[in-house]
Design a binder for this molecule. Structure first.
Ligand SMILES: C[S@@+](CC[C@H](N)C(=O)[O-])C[C@H]1O[C@@H](n2cnc3c(N)ncnc32)[C@H](O)[C@@H]1O
Length: 296
């Protein structure tokens, strides 16, 4: 299974829709995507809460193009590196039932990373039902999420490698900085794995609400459930992650720093036609950290 190829399939289908069905010229799509990419970078460097127009379809496509493969590969790396996560996935695959939720997971990045990881570690004859819920503040990500989930399910490599693992996927529109509505759910709140992948850095100035959100989730989680934060290795983000996990009463491991580029089976040349057309390239490196909390 290949992250760049999945991103390519998702992009080509979406771009075709905006160009052929909705009549947007290729030039207009390209200019807008390039502007959105520049704007995102400026916002992330500003030090304030980034104001990114994820509501806009071409902004979401620009994000998918540049960041999803790298963040999925990073997440897959974290799953394989953290003993706590490796053991959890191993146990859940053996039990046959695995519940996972990604917060700020609209693009489908974590689903892609987990699917690739599972297709590498699942044993012959193992059958498992993975119930994967993505939640995101931006309802419109449900569109990209559905497309990504569909491509993953139908990917020939994945079908060959997954053995008896079946993914069911759900999307919910939920805002981490307005967490009271979380209390209206029961199934969502009881996961085996709660993922916060590059989302705390987007909510950096609202520590109290993030704490409240993680408190609500941690209070409902079963013993042994894991919470993982993966994000850029900025001091403020690391401190927010640790504070929130510890504050929610979880047993929290050490932060791990990870500065790397993508695995050798992930070549951005897979996207060469998009790279040429946009005059840029997807991200292939990261300077990140991860930390895992466990419910006792
Ligand atoms: C940098 S992107 C990361 C996306 C994905 N997790 C990844 O690693 O590729 C940040 C995501 O968080 C979502 N987001 C931002 N603020 C949020 C909030 N307050 N609550 C939930 N999601 C939020 C955005 O809509 C976007 O999907």
């Amino acid at each position: 299974m290949n992250c760049f190829r999945m991103v390519k399939d998702v992009l080509i289908e979406s771009l075709k829709y905006w160009n052929e069905t909705r009549g947007l010229s290729s030039k207009l799509i390209k200019n807008k995507m390039v502007n959105y990419l520049d704007h995102m970078t400026t916002e992330w460097k500003s030090g304030d809460r980034p104001a990114i127009n994820y509501e806009k379809p071409l902004c979401r496509l620009a994000y998918v193009y540049r960041h999803v493969a790298a963040n999925a590969n990073l997440f897959e790396t974290v799953l394989g590196t953290s003993a706590k996560l490796r053991n959890l996935v191993e146990d859940k695959l053996a039990e046959g039932d695995f519940r996972v939720a990604a917060f700020g997971g609209g693009p489908g990045t974590e689903l892609l990373g987990l699917a690739k990881y599972i297709s590498k570690v699942v044993k012959d004859g193992q059958a498992c039902h993975v119930q994967f819920t993505a939640t995101d503040r931006i309802q419109e990500w449900s569109d990209n999420w559905a497309r990504m989930a569909n491509h993953i399910r139908n990917d020939e490599d994945f079908k060959r490698g997954r053995n008896g693992v079946v993914f069911d996927t759900t999307f919910l529109s939920l805002d981490l900085v307005n967490p009271q509505p979380f209390n209206r759910y029961e199934y969502l709140l009881r996961q085996d794995l709660y993922i916060f992948n590059y989302v705390l850095s987007e909510t950096i100035d609202d520590i109290d609400s993030i704490q409240e959100a993680i408190n609500i989730l941690a209070a409902s989680a079963d013993t042994g459930a894991r919470f993982v934060v993966v994000d850029r290795s900025q001091k403020e983000v690391r401190s927010l992650a640790r504070k929130a996990l510890v504050g929610a009463g979880l047993s929290v491991g050490k932060d791990a720093l990870v500065q790397r580029n993508m695995d050798s089976d992930e070549q951005c040349s897979v996207l060469s036609s998009c790279n040429k057309w946009l005059g840029t390239s997807p991200r292939i490196v990261w300077d990140s950290f991860w930390v895992v909390g466990t419910k006792q």
